[in-house]
Design a protein around this ligand. Structure first.
Ligand SMILES: *[C@@H]1O[C@H](CO)[C@@H](O)[C@H](O)[C@H]1NC(C)=O
Length: 567
């Protein structure tokens, strides 16, 4: 097993995750099998209990693991399927070590951070790295380890020590570290001091980066590169300049131009490594496809735009909807359109805002009415839901393309119940105490008392019902009778109301036929709601069908897209 550790210095949020996943992609294009592990030095056992407004979206895996959104990056870039084992937090490691201590596994020894926690981290990494993650079902060749936070934080100290030891455990030629740093521009000058300090810091912790990836606004000038090389005592070729590019999908190309593969090939002595020819060929194909597809993201190309209104609740922190945005991007690329995403805070669409802030109200409605389609994503809680219902009503009656995800589907059902079926007080038990017509109810098997992992989570089957061959969504799923998507919900459509909601087609249900998974309107350009979260399975080279259909409908190319999916 070969490890690439990607760590960060100076500040966080400068694109460490993108550099790590792009490096993984480049290794994959050589025909290597690549996996990844994300380390988050916080005490939460997983990301399930963290507020999306604070920490960004909670990403959900096939096995129901609720993890940091960076794992989504790896799945999307590397086209792999990760497990909860691939997400390591301080909380998880301590829980694991403390459980062992309680069992008496340490035979009366004093249990300490070094060596017990640090060994626990290394053992975990060695175990998780070996899990097969792609359709070869074989052990991967390379594992990208992304260390969250910055080197020097108190929280990350045990992990740094574990990495120092892992370098020795793995042996020479099997461990490489990329340290991501920042080169700010002040008064027109590229400043190297923060990078020098970051490297000093990481070295004093006992690690020595093989490559220094410098994030900067513009291309690094030669003088800057040689200064960094000189002060940090590395070769100029070990300084990788990662300047801002039009789109994050171009970062792999940038890294390749910077010679990162040449460096990795040498560090890992890959010339002595035999890669099966079919994987080499597959790698080349992935690289060709990636370059062709992402070319359209070049801003100079002036593509036709597709304008999508995202009517949500956490519109201040766009990371709360990261996978949704990525899925829209994948689909827009597939439709050769530039994505113009318009954020609408759902509560601004409500009548009460008209009184308190008429300009926000009118602006929100103007944005909604001028968009090509409306997307209502998942979310929790009451705030803004009446605005989302109004948006669903607008899309249904106008008619404009609509995609409702999870809560967005449930609200579309409420809207339909109220305005088409005459159930004026239809509601959800999540949003009010005792609606007289509870069309959305709490799922019976869920435990209300505990927090964390108490939802219907992970990959579940949805079966298209008989007589739904007309469904456009079904065609986009290549007419498969049964599909698998990831779930994360506590509430669901009340099966007792299905008969009263005539005209609203529940075209997909779970294995027992009890859970309503998909709604679709027949006489509408595109009106789809899904209980699951298809955004978790969207890939750069394989957009998620509900998103693809929605974006294609917004761009006016749905028929061609369906034809391509059926062929
Ligand atoms: C992505 O992975 C899936 C399932 O593992 C596989 O069927 C598909 O061919 C892969 N796509 C690419 C472009 O490698």
């Amino acid at each position: 097993m070969k490890y690439v550790l990607v760590s960060g210095g100076v500040i966080s949020g400068i694109g460490k995750g993108i550099i790590a996943s792009s490096t993984g992609l480049l290794l994959k294009t050589m025909g290597l099998k690549v996996t990844s592990i994300k380390i988050d030095p916080y005490l939460n056992v997983d990301a399930g209990t963290m507020a999306p407004t604070e920490h960004g979206e909670c990403f959900v895996l096939d096995d129901g693991g609720e993890v940091d959104l960076d794992l989504g990056n790896y799945e999307r870039y590397l086209n792999i399927t990760l497990t909860r084992e691939h997400s390591i937090t301080t909380g998880k490691i301590y829980q694991h070590v403390i459980e062992r201590e309680r069992r008496g596994d340490y035979l009366g020894k004093t249990v300490q951070v070094v060596p017990h926690i640090t060994n626990g981290i290394q053992d975990w990494i060695e175990r998780a790295a070996r899990l097969p993650v792609d359709d070869t079902r074989e052990e991967p060749d390379v594992c990208i380890i992304e260390l969250g936070g910055t080197v020097g934080d108190i929280e990350s100290a045990p992990f740094i020590e574990a990495m120092r030891q892992l370098r020795r455990r793995a042996g020479r030629d099997n461990f490489c570290q990329i340290h991501v740093s920042l080169v700010p521009v002040i008064g027109g000058e590229q400043k190297t001091k923060p990078t020098q300090q970051a490297i000093r810091e990481v070295r004093s912790a006992g690690l020595s980066p093989d490559l220094i990836a410098c994030r900067c606004q513009d291309q690094l000038i030669e003088a800057t590169t040689s200064k960094i090389a000189m002060f940090c005592q590395v070769e100029p070729s070990q300084v990788i300049a990662v300047h801002d590019v039009d789109s994050t999908y171009h970062v792999p190309m940038l890294l390749e131009q910077q010679g990162i593969l040449v460096q990795l090939r040498e560090l890992f002595r890959l010339d002595h490594y035999t890669i099966p020819p079919f994987l080499v060929e597959k790698g080349r194909q992935i690289w060709r496809d990636w370059k062709t597809l992402t070319k359209s993201q070049n801003r100079r190309l002036h593509l036709e735009e597709v304008t999508i209104a995202l009517v949500g609740k956490y519109t201040n922190l766009h990371d709360s909807y990261l996978s949704v945005i990525k899925s829209l991007e994948h689909s827009a690329m597939a439709c050769s359109r530039a994505l113009n995403l318009v954020w609408i805070d759902a509560s601004n669409l409500e009548k009460t805002t008209l009184e308190s802030s008429p300009e926000s109200y009118h602006k929100a409605w103007h944005d909604l009415c001028t968009a090509d389609g409306v997307l209502v994503p998942g979310g929790f809680g009451h705030r803004g839901t009446e605005g989302m219902i109004a948006a669903a009503n607008w899309a249904r009656t106008k008619p404009k393309p609509y995609l409702g995800i999870c809560l967005g589907m449930q609200l579309a059902v409420i809207e339909y119940a109220r305005n088409v079926c005459g159930l004026k007080s239809a509601g959800s038990v999540e949003l009010e105490d005792h609606p007289s017509d509870p069309v959305i109810i709490f799922m019976p098997e869920i435990d209300k008392a505990t927090m964390g992992g108490n939802m219907r989570l992970g990959l579940r089957a949805t079966n298209f019902q008989e007589g739904t061959e007309w469904s456009r969504l079904r065609k986009l799923y290549h007419n498969e009778p049964s599909i698998h998507e990831r779930h994360r919900h506590r509430y669901e459509v009340n099966p007792d109301y299905i008969d009263r909601l005539s005209g609203l087609n529940f075209i997909g249900k779970d294995d027992k036929g009890e859970r309503m998974e998909i709604i679709e309107l027949k006489d509408h350009p595109f009106f789809v709601g899904v209980q699951f979260h298809p955004e978790y399975l969207s890939r750069v080279l394989r957009p998620s069908p509900p998103y693809l259909g929605f974006v294609a409908a917004c761009a006016g190319v749905l028929e061609q897209t369906i034809a391509a999916a059926s062929s």
